[in-house]
Write a protein that binds this ligand. Structure first.
Ligand code: ARG
Length: 447
């Protein structure tokens, strides 16, 4: 191969990250070959020692990876040859890089999913903490970014706990699907050696082996699951970051971002910009493109292995690195920043957030049909807006101009706190339901 091709074809700069997985896989394979007496016990000992010494060299940063040796598999074989000589030439018996790389990548994906799950849990703990300190903080719930109805800030935050819990479930699904050992598939047709697959599975912590060798070397669905789970986590993070950016604006002031995670302007001395959140928003949007990029690579490929698959690692590694940093930064932003406790209630008052409750007052206490009461309250809100009043500032006489039967009880429905406890359904912002959910998450997150 030409040097231009060596450079083009080589994946070592990227897949050297698989060195630990690759060595575990080789070590398990050598044990199976030893059981078959293809490799003697003495040779096996030499090989295993050689592999351990490569791992140590790697930890010390002593390994010199070479592009001429193409990828991590050939590099490790070469390092082993340098250490133990001719015996190293036996390790690739009865296997192929096709089953080897798929197995390495599966092991990495399971490991990465577990790390991400753990980091998402830490983020959830920081959200839960804010929910605990803000059970009684009232904010306006929005639809169309317009003030809709009062909710507890904890209720709003628990919505994110639900999202991130689904992400954890998705990573669990990814782990379950990735937990299939490909070794024994060899190039595509299966191995000519009766490798003890149960033994290999035990060694590598796989629950089972692949059912079909051709599917084994060409199945990259597990990468798609990983990218999809990451995409959804990214979507949830971008929703949260957009929201907090809006909440931290001078006009809303619901969220006060910690100065460690915001930056100033080079010219405007008064500024504090939510850069951390803006970067999370842009990075998470780029994470979402990765599942599309990879599905383009694996679409339209006949069976079985193609070099196209080599690109999987670049994509899943990038996805992991970016997502991990976004989750960690978001965790710290939430942990260190403050939600403003009083401003939300004021916004609710100024923007008629309990108008729905008033409509229900007429239904419940005065037996007026909802469409009718809706119209009456809409007229009242219009009147209040024109006269620069909020609902609690309206006199009872003013209310009665719109409907004679209205009495003083209406003020109970104007009250913001009452609005929350008036909610009856299990998923509502009723304080009782919120403390039930908080308890549920304290248990789930083992706080
Ligand atoms: N570096 C390759 C990859 O990542 C390993 C498999 C090579 N197999 C082959 N038949 N050329 O996919």
């Amino acid at each position: 191969t030409s040097t231009l091709m060596d450079d083009f074809n080589s994946s070592i700069d990227i897949d050297k990250r698989l060195i630990e997985e690759d060595i575990s896989v080789t070590s398990a394979h050598v044990k199976a070959l030893t059981k078959l007496k293809v490799i003697s016990k003495k040779e096996a000992l030499t090989i295993q020692k050689g592999l351990i010494s490569i791992l140590n060299d790697n930890k010390k940063g002593k390994l010199k990876f070479s592009k001429k040796n193409e990828d991590i598999h050939m590099n490790v074989e070469f390092f082993l040859y340098e250490k133990i000589g001719e015996v190293a030439k036996k390790i690739h018996t009865g296997r192929s890089r096709n089953d080897q790389v798929a197995t390495d990548t599966r092991l990495w994906t399971i490991k990465a999913s577990k790390v991400l799950k753990n980091e998402i849990k830490k983020l959830m703990k920081s959200i839960l903490n804010q929910a605990l300190t803000n059970e009684k903080t009232i904010i306006p719930g929005f639809t169309h970014l317009q003030v809709a109805q009062p909710v507890s800030l904890a209720h709003h935050l628990i919505a994110y706990l639900e999202m991130f819990k689904r992400d954890i479930d998705y990573f669990d699904f990814c782990i379950e699907k990735t937990d299939e050992n490909v070794l024994g598939s060899a190039a595509l047709a299966g191995s000519n050696y009766n490798l003890d697959l149960n033994m290999i599975n035990k060694n590598l912590n796989f629950t089972k082996s692949k059912n079909n060798s051709m599917d084994g070397v060409s199945d990259r669905d597990f990468c798609m699951y990983f990218l999809h789970a990451s995409s959804l986590t990214a979507i949830h993070l971008s929703k949260l970051s957009s929201e907090l950016i809006i909440w931290s604006s001078n006009f809303m002031k619901l969220f006060n971002i910690n100065s460690e995670y915001s930056t100033g302007s080079s010219i405007m001395p008064q500024k504090r910009n939510p850069d951390s959140l803006e970067l999370i928003r842009s990075k998470t949007n780029s994470i979402r493109t990765k599942s599309l990029e990879f599905s383009n690579i694996i679409s339209n490929l006949p069976l079985t292995y193609f070099k196209d698959f080599q690109e999987d690692k670049r994509i899943i590694f990038d996805c992991y690195d970016e997502l991990l940093s976004c989750v960690q930064v978001m965790k710290n932003v939430i942990m260190k920043s403050k939600f403003e406790k009083s401003i939300g209630k004021e916004i609710c008052n100024n923007y008629f957030a309990t108008a729905t409750d008033l409509a229900d007052y007429l239904v419940i206490e005065k037996k007026i049909a909802f469409r009718e009461s809706y119209k009456i309250i809409a007229d009242i809100v219009n009147y209040a807006q024109k006269n620069n009043k909020n609902l609690s500032e309206m006199k009872i006489k003013e209310y009665q101009k719109f409907q004679k039967v209205i009495d003083k009880n209406i003020y109970k429905y104007v009250d913001i706190d009452n609005s929350l406890s008036r909610k009856k359904t299990s998923m509502s912002t009723n304080p009782k339901e919120i403390s039930r959910m908080i308890k549920k998450y304290i248990k789930y997150l083992k706080v």
